[in-house]
Design a protein around this ligand. Structure first.
Ligand code: 13P
Ligand code: SF4
Length: 298
């Protein structure tokens, strides 16, 4: 393991690379990162970097977003099979047909969507800015894709908007049940419950705070409680334990994103050594998807 860490450091120097890692990656991958964060934080870092090569440890839509923001840079993904199941639930051809039925709607897309879907969006958002993005829109009708759970949450915070939902969801977050949460609350009655907005509405109703993976860090730091119940993917635990020491974090062990777990230190080394797999998007996709993504990061 130590050898591989040293090799990553050597390659980073030689390639003038930056290593961006999502909060759900394993601890060994987080430890070699230049930056670990949520989707929005990673997109912003990608837009600001002066590195020549971006090594993106996360699912493919995140690496594509980095490429859309940096068409002239090399963006590498250690594991090209690491797809986000929710992103696959919004087929661009189907979206084009639904858009025809809602000609006045502003099309807002969760960043968890493919580059082809992003071409059809007016604006992108992440879980950390979805409410701000939608509430700041001029139009009243919004077509929100693909996450029906995040869309429902946004609708509850933006009562003046008429929000048409897409029927997509994250299989992992969507599988959290009320029973799961009540069991944890029974075991840790003083612990605040922090939930990711990809969870179902009835689960979010039991949460004390709802927010992106990044927001979970600040909330955990600020709460006086030593126990914290966290309703999101288990990879988040590594970062919380590292950055908020002295607290106990209680997760649902079955909430595991298989794609995020495909990436390990070996695949990071291999991808940097072989400069593969490179994210490649055609010029039309890069140009059209840039518009909603740029609006997302401001
Ligand atoms: P965040 O933007 O909160 O990191 O969420 C991304 C994600 O895929 C959650 O499942
Ligand atoms: Fe996609 Fe769910 Fe994995 Fe997040 S946890 S990347 S929404 S499949």
């Amino acid at each position: 393991m130590e050898d591989m860490r040293a090799r990553v450091a050597e390659l980073r120097e030689r390639l003038n690379a930056v290593i961006l890692v999502h909060n759900y990656c394993t601890a060994e991958v987080q430890e070699v990162a230049d930056f670990v964060g949520d989707s929005l934080g990673l997109a912003i870092k990608a837009s600001e970097t002066d590195a020549d090569v971006i090594v993106f440890c996360g699912v493919t839509f995140m690496a594509e977003t980095a490429k859309i923001l940096n068409p002239d840079k090399t963006v590498l993904i250690p594991e090209p099979q690491a797809i986000c199941s929710m992103a696959q639930m919004c087929d661009p051809e189907q979206l084009a047909r639904v858009k025809e039925r809602h000609p006045d709607a502003v099309v807002v897309g969760y960043v968890n969507s493919t580059a082809d879907t992003k071409r059809l969006l007016d604006v992108c958002c992440t879980s950390s800015n979805a409410v701000d993005v939608v509430s700041g829109l001029e139009g009243r009708e919004v077509l929100f894709v693909p996450d029906r759970n995040l869309g429902t949450y946004v609708a509850s915070k933006c009562p003046d908007k008429y929000i048409v939902l897409w029927n997509g969801f994250c299989p992992m977050h969507n599988s959290v049940t009320v029973r799961n949460v009540l069991d944890l609350k029974e075991r840790y009655p003083d612990a605040p419950v922090i939930a990711h907005p990809e969870c179902r509405t009835e689960v979010l109703e039991l949460a004390d705070v709802i927010g992106s993976t990044e927001k979970m860090i600040g909330i955990s730091r600020d709460t006086p409680s030593e126990d914290v119940i966290v309703l999101t993917e288990v990879g988040m635990k590594a970062r919380l334990e590292r950055e908020v020491p002295g607290k106990r974090f209680h997760f649902i062990d079955t909430i595991v994103c298989p794609s995020m777990k495909m990436i390990d230190l070996r695949s990071v080394v291999d991808c940097m050594e072989n400069m593969s797999v490179e994210v490649e998007l055609d010029d039309d996709t890069l140009r059209e998807a840039y518009v909603p993504v740029k609006r997302m990061i401001g």
